[in-house]
Every structure is written in structure tokens, then in C-alpha cells.
Design a protein around this ligand. Sequence first.
Ligand code: FPP
Length: 246
Amino acid sequence: MPTHVAIIMDGNGRWARRQSLGRIEGHKQGRKAVETVVDTCREVGISYLTLYAFSTENWHRPVTEVRALMALLQRYLRSERQQMLEKNIRLRAIGDLQRLPAPVRAALEEIMEATRNNTGLTVCLALSYGAREEIVQAARVMALAVRNGQLDPQEITERTFARALWTTDIPDPDFLIRTSGEFRLSNFLLWQSAYAELYVTETLWPDFTRSEFLAALEVYQSRERRFGRTTEQRGLTSDLARVTRS
Ligand code: FPP
């Protein structure tokens, strides 16, 4: 099982259009898929789930859609608070949280604080998130530390740099899922996904069910992760490697 699954939840708008509904209805259905995936992660023992819920670029959507998404997020936080406590879920968030409307930020911060000592699944919401922005702010943190004499440039390593990212205490994703058939990372976890296994499904996010998620996890289990080494070094011989060698 992957330790950390990250998901680009795409296709809410197309789902709504196919049902002759407004885009907001698509997002509302998308929220149900979020709940299914969270429950399935707990069921199968995944430790971290990161959901791309709102990107930096999403601020450029029509004001009505942005408002509806923020309201949906606030309702989600309010209604799931108790469940998160009961289910031992720890809530985290990454992104430029200062840009979120004050009530959303307040609800988020309150739940993060209330669940911080929970030891079950960590649900990490990427909100107002952009990976390039995350990397730039990490570089700024490092530069300031050097200027203040707290950090020797020689000490800037992959490890220290990763600690300055918003995901500081979260392991890199093992498995990155994108729904709705687009083969793009869309500025999501660019640093952290260096060795993530990628999985793209045509299914639109609101239609992403428990069984579809389990099928994706089966695909993950069939992958051979070599991290730049050879099959023999990893002590693995996949079916594919056997076929290509014969
Ligand atoms: C992408 O679909 C989805 C989003 C921009 C928002 C994701 C939000 C949710 C799944 C709703 C609730 C989330 C939480 C955490 C409560 P799109 O609108 O870009 O779809 P399209 O590409 O088909 O237009």
C-alpha cells in the first residue's frame, strides 16, 4: 500500500455539464467523492491523503464559482469536524492560506489545531496552492536564513530545502492520481512528486468511486519502483522486466 496518495480531483465541471447542471453542482458531487476516498484510505490503511482542492490559478475563475467553492469548503469543514475527531483524522493544509476568506481560514485553523494530535489518516488539503510558489517561498526562507547568518549555503541540501516547503512534515507522495483524463501535473506537488507513480483515469472526479480507487491501488501495487536503480538492485523482477528480457 502507498503511504501517501495525492489526488488531482479534476472533472467536476464536465460532470455537471454532462448532467445539464451548473458547475457548482459538479463541485457538490465532488465533495461526496472526497468523503468516499477519505473513508477508503482509512479502510485500507493509507497514512496520508493530499487533495488538490483549490489551486493558485483557480482564483482566476468567475467570482461566483470561487465564492461557491469557498462556501462549499466552509460547509465541509463545519460538517466534518466531529467526524474527523471521531475517526482520528489529522487535518493539514498547504498553500497560501492567507488568501482564503477569513471564515474559511478560521475554520481550517481551528480544526487543524483540534486534530493535530490525532494519529490516524492525515488529510492534507491543498488550498490556494501552487507548487512553483511553494518552491519560491522555500528559496526565500533559505535566503533569509543565510542573510541572517543562521544557515551556511553549504547546508542547503535536498533535505533542508524540503523542510522549508509547506509539506515539511509530510512524506513525499508514492502515488499521484489524476481524474478526467488530462496528463498534466498542473503545478501540484512538483518537488514532492519526483518519484511518485502516476495514474490517470478518464473518470470524472464526482464519479470516482471506492471500487475505482481500489482498482487504482491495485495498479500501484503492480508497479515496480526503482528510484533510478536497476531491477536487480531493487531485488525485484516485474512481469514486464521478464517479458522485455526474454
Ligand atoms: C476541478 O474540476 C476541481 C476543482 C477546481 C475543485 C475541487 C473541489 C472539490 C472536489 C469540491 C470539494 C472539496 C472539498 C475538499 C470539500 P473542474 O472544475 O476544473 O472541472 P472541469 O475541468 O471539468 O471544468
